[in-house]
Design a protein around this ligand. Structure first.
Ligand code: ADP
Ligand code: TRP
Length: 355
């Protein structure tokens, strides 16, 4: 029996380098290893938690699907599907929610973060207890939607309904994965069964990557506005890299690096050769580094990664027939396993049919 791999990306816009290195490139590599039962999907229901415009939602799904295929996911080798094409997920979401605590959901970092955004509170302090008062608050114009709260339940269902063993995701998703394991254990113990297994993140032996932004701090992210997109034109991409935040340069040999410089090196390590990384590290350490040169090399090496993918995305995006065929095949396979799981979960929970 092959180990089951499952992962997904929300349909909230184009993919950036963070998504590529944190998630998509790992998906492709796992598929190519040929030893896994690989399943990759587009999380359109999860995208609803942040209220996308109905006019653009489908286009977002289409663009992620094209990006998956352009990066090398192959519908003949992996099951590629759209979350909403598997309605069993929605039914099991309702069932699993019966075993999930409101408190544990409210303490999730991504919930607090997104809830603050919906309420318009500007603070990054995770210990801020006020957030809970604000969420329950009395101002009816300010609302945090319940879908955002139950986001981790839905993600756990995506994973558990396929009985996934391995879930390749970036570092920011590890808390959600921890919750998934907890919900799986709880379900098993409440019903006295050994039904769900506990899935693990997968990083080819390394640590989960966090791709930094170009603005000197934090991670690259859609909502942070600091992204290099796979679809960026070369000119745009060069401009973004050349504008990346730096500092005044090392004042003494072997100085520690400031955050913005560390970030540039993190990106360089992802896209460039070890020789190049060593060259610029040595130059930093002996104070001869010129950040402009580093950025130029960085931009060209990023382009080497993104340009061929970009060309394929543009081709595939216009091939509606191929896109439809890919997700139809995927939906059939994903539904087959999901409906079997759902039947078994209903049985375990005591939901029986009269007919
Ligand atoms: P965003 O943060 O831009 O909204 P998503 O939350 O949709 O991106 O993330 C999709 C996948 O990409 C997840 O597996 C996530 O861990 C990964 N990911 C997103 N940003 C980064 C990043 N900067 N570094 C590493 N992985 C990332
Ligand atoms: N929460 C993930 C993200 O923001 C997307 C996602 C939804 C997911 N369901 C999943 C990832 C199941 C892995 C497995 O990136």
């Amino acid at each position: 029996m092959k180990e089951i791999v499952l992962s997904g990306i929300r349909a909230t816009g184009q993919l950036h380098l963070g998504n590529y290195y944190g998630a998509l490139s790992k998906f492709v590599r796992m598929q190519e290893e040929g030893v896994y039962d690989s399943n990759f999907f587009i999380a359109d229901l999860h995208a609803l938690t942040t209220h996308p415009d109905p006019k653009i939602l489908h286009n977002n799904v289409k663009s992620i699907l094209s990006e998956y295929l352009a990066a090398g996911l192959d519908p003949e080798k992996s099951t590629i599907f759209v979350q909403s094409d598997v309605p069993e997920i929605s039914e099991m979401f309702l069932l699993l929610n019966m075993h999930v605590g409101i408190g544990e959901l409210m303490r999730t970092a991504s919930f607090k973060d997104k809830a603050r955004k919906q309420l318009g509170i500007k603070t990054d302090n995770d210990n801020d207890d006020n957030i809970e008062k604000e969420i329950i608050g009395t101002d009816s114009n300010k609302r945090v939607n319940a879908g955002l709260l139950t986001y981790p339940t839905l993600m756990a269902v995506d994973i558990l309904i396929q009985h996934a063993d391995l879930v390749p995701v970036g570092k920011d998703q590890e808390q959600h994965l921890e919750l998934t394991r907890r919900f799986a254990r709880r379900f098993n113990s409440v019903y006295g069964v050994e039904y769900f297994k506990e899935p693990a993140n997968f990083n080819f032996g390394g640590n989960a990557v966090k791709v930094p932004g170009l603005d000197g701090s934090g991670k690259m992210g859609k909502s942070e506005g600091n992204c290099i997109y796979l679809l960026d034109e070369e000119k745009v991409l060069r401009k973004k890299v050349m504008r990346a935040v730096t500092d005044e340069g090392p004042k003494a040999p072997n100085s520690p690096m400031s955050e913005p410089i560390k970030n540039l090196f993190t990106l360089l390590e992802l896209v460039s050769t070890q020789d190049k990384v060593k060259f610029f590290t040595d130059a930093y350490n002996d104070c001869s580094i010129r950040y402009g040169d580093l950025k130029k090399e960085l931009a060209e090496d990023i382009i080497k990664v993104t340009a061929p993918i970009r060309e394929r995305i543009i081709d595939i995006q216009n091939n509606d027939e191929y896109l439809a065929k890919a997700v139809k095949m995927g939906a059939e396979k994903a539904r087959a396993r999901a409906s079997k799981t759902l039947e078994e979960v209903r049985e375990i929970m005591g939901i029986k049919r009269f007919f």
